[in-house]
Design a protein around this ligand. Structure first.
Ligand code: ATP
Ligand code: MG
Length: 692
């Protein structure tokens, strides 16, 4: 039985609000927890398992906890262990659990296991008709995966794809034919792809009563996190695991549904109460992750979102005040990457860990530039992602071409540059593929710029040492770099969102209302990862291969900027979300509310480091001198280098903004709660003296 004693049960209810407690202890089955980001859904799910174990209501060895990534599964297991559950607990992804069950069935029945087909793109490429040889196979694979996730067979594909507004790279009837050939060829050679694991596991559960009984005995209590991202195939498998029992608990947030393009069915969460009339639905309304300032921005983003968001999802803050999120504009992407690195360093308070910070971007192609800038700044980092740049099929293909090239490095580079358009092809993801190959090209150019005699093999080994996932400091304390998608469910005290530009956020290929709604939800996911500080940035120019393209700020950033201005002015930031991009009324300059940076637009702070002492007026320069003298004094007294007290940029910003209250000080770059508590009074006094 469980290793947790009943005496501990009450302790498991500590640190929960009444609604969370009700959810943990509810006797209802099924149970559905429907709540926004950071409201404690995952906390409730794990506590519920532990509490039911502690009260003898379940045996943890019969629990199956499902999530969507291996990382999330590991986190679940970790949290459950820390709650005292040491028994073998099954927490995994749908795929990992299905595969494990199938393998044991094959072994028990003496069935020769089929081979796992993990190189689908090449396999499908060979099945394309001659007339479609230019169509990227990866796009056709995406259609096949989408169909399989929705349990659509080849003969139903064309109708289903049309009804769903898909934009396949070939005529839908042609995709259906390739899909049919794919399934035939796969079966002939006894191959199963990733999605087949779910399908075959379900099929065997339905066909083989003995197998079903064994699995249903093993897993009697089912829990699913992030239920908004399940697809119909996963739901069908879940039903097969469940049988006719109702011991099921699902948690999710409709506003974080970000995989509909992959075949997920966010409606399943909304339909849940209808499907299970005995289900109890619990809603959580308080947010425990983010500062009120970050939450205000997140709520404004949601409310500005039009269709496709649940406007009832706005959350109340419970955490202490933090700084108003910062928005930085940079001249170009390289300046942005350097700016991000600088901001990461500025936010690295003495004694703090690097892992308190994450840099999140929309696409894999943006990651190498950030990696490089952090590496140049000697900041340890780690890249997390479902599919980092070098794993992308088009990048793999380009690397294979490079490996085969026999000429000089310059010739190889020229070939690579010439192949970008070809590699990109057409269709929905063409821009993304182009950007990925461009990112590779950019890396090759960077390599050529630093190497006296660059060679292709030299570049390839440099690549694997700089961008591979197993760098030496990957395991230790490090800043996390990842995509918005891969950040789902995670949290960091300080989050940097880079590349917030039209074309990336929302992504260029999102054109339908639904696709745009999903992009907005994705941005909401990104914003709500931050606990204390959020730093947003974009670049006015971005390099794609040899071209430098002018960029526009993301329209979502307009909402962020307006919400931040409202926060500074003390008006309701959520109101700004209701009229997207409507600038908040400027606050009148009064003695109490100092006039902000007269030379910059008040709603658009300048790039990190861009505000120079020369930008200050005479009074400002005088104040800066006083601030620097104060810092020297402090540093000497504390026996620390001056920059540990405050960096110059912070002082320049204070001299420019002239904060009058601790809250305004918190809005200054580089001043967190700790510093404001420690030095706030002295700094305000200095500003006050200067004001005279
Ligand atoms: P997401 O939608 O992003 O997955 P979530 O709803 O699953 O978020 P959790 O990750 O469970 O939220 O909780 C967010 C943070 O708030 C965690 O650090 C968690 O430990 C903390 N938390 C949750 N509930 C409480 C509470 N009642 N008191 C204090 N901290 C809490
Ligand atoms: Mg969660």
């Amino acid at each position: 039985m469980s290793t947790v004693s009943v005496v501990d049960a009450d302790a498991l209810l500590e640190g929960l609000n009444p609604a969370q407690r009700a959810a943990v202890t509810s006797a209802a089955s099924p149970l559905c927890i429907l709540a926004g980001a950071g409201s404690g859904k995952t906390r409730v799910l794990t506590r519920r398992i532990a509490w039911r174990a502690a009260t003898g209501d379940l045996d943890p060895r019969h629990v199956l906890a499902l999530t969507f990534t291996r990382k999330a599964a590991g986190e679940l297991t970790g949290r459950l262990r820390s709650l005292g559950l040491h028994d073998r607990l099954a927490a995994g992804t749908f795929h990992s659990v299905a595969y494990a069950q199938l393998r044991s069935r094959w072994a028990d029945r003496g069935i020769q296991p089929p081979t796992l087909l993990d190189r689908k793109v090449g396999f499908v490429a060979r099945l394309l008709p001659a007339a479609a040889k230019d169509v990227p196979a990866v796009d056709v694979v995406a259609e096949i995966e989408w169909a399989k996730a929705r349990m659509v067979e080849p003969d139903g594909y064309a109708a289903a794809a049309t009804a769903a507004g898909r934009r396949p790279p070939l005529d839908p009837a042609e995709v259906a034919r390739v899909f049919a050939r794919y399934e035939d060829a796969r079966r002939e050679r006894r191959l199963v792809d990733f999605d087949d694991l779910l399908r075959v596991c379900r099929r065997d559960l339905l066909r083989d009563p003995e197998f079903a009984a064994a699995q249903r005995w093993r897993f009697q209590h089912l829990f699913v996190d992030e239920f908004q991202d399940v697809n119909p195939l996963q739901q069908a498998l879940l039903d097969a695991w469940r049988g006719d029992r109702l011991d099921l608990c699902v948690v999710g947030d409709p506003n974080q549904a970000i995989y509909a393009w992959n075949g997920a069915d966010p409606e399943a969460l909304r339909r849940f109460p209808k499907r299970f009339p005995s289900a109890e639905v619990v809603r959580l309304t308080e947010n425990y992750r983010s500062s009120p300032q970050i939450l205000a921005v997140a709520n404004a983003v949601l409310l500005g979102g039009g269709r496709g968001v649940d406007r009832g999802g706005a959350l109340q803050a419970t955490r202490p005040d933090g700084p108003v999120p910062a928005v930085h504009a940079y001249d170009d992407d390289r300046a942005e990457a350097r700016g991000v690195a600088r901001a990461v360093r500025d936010h690295h308070a003495p004694g703090a860990t690097w892992s308190a910070q994450a840099v999140l971007v929309r696409t894999n192609a943006q990651i190498p530039a950030i990696e490089e800038a952090l590496a140049a700044g000697k900041i340890p980092f780690r890249v997390r992602g479902a599919a980092p740049l070098l794993e992308q099929p088009e990048v793999k293909a380009a690397l294979a071409d490079l490996r085969r090239s026999r000429g000089t490095f310059d010739e190889a580079l020229a070939d690579l540059a010439a192949s970008v358009d070809e590699a990109a092809g057409t269709g929905d993801r063409a821009e993304e593929r182009r950007a990925n190959v461009d990112a590779l090209l950019q890396l090759a150019r960077d390599h050529a710029a630093v190497e006296a005699a660059p060679t292709v093999p030299g570049f390839l080994s440099w690549l694997s040492s700089t961008t591979r996932a197993d760098q030496p400091d990957r395991q230790g304390d490090a800043v996390e770099i990842t995509t918005f998608h891969a950040a789902k469910g995670l949290e960091w005290p300080i989050v940097h969102l880079a590349g917030l530009e039209q074309g990336l956020v929302p992504i260029g290929h999102a054109r339908t209302g639904e696709a745009l709604a999903e992009e907005l939800r994705l941005f909401y996911v990104a914003v709500t990862r931050a606990e204390r500080e959020l730093v947003c940035s974009w670049a006015a120019q971005r390099r794609y291969g040899t071209r430098d393209l002018r960029r526009e700020r993301s329209p979502y950033l307009d909402t962020v900027v307006a919400a931040c201005a409202a926060l500074r002015a003390g008006t309701d930031p959520v109101e700004v979300g209701k009229g997207v991009a409507t600038p908040a009324p400027a606050s009148p300059p009064t003695r109490d509310r100092p006039h902000r940076r007269s030379r910059t637009r008040p709603d658009l702070p300048r790039a990190a480091g861009a505000l120079a002492p020369a930008d200050l007026d005479d009074d400002g320069r005088q104040l800066l001198d006083a601030l620097r003298a104060w810092r020297t004094e402090k540093a000497r007294a504390a026996g620390m280098p001056a920059y540990v007290i405050c960096n110059d940029r912070t002082l320049v910003e204070i001299a420019s903004v002239r904060p009058a209250t601790p809250a305004q000080l918190l809005g200054v770059h580089g001043l967190g709660e700790v510093k404001v508590n420690r030095f706030g009074d002295e700094l305000l006094a200095l500003v006050g003296e200067q004001r005279g």
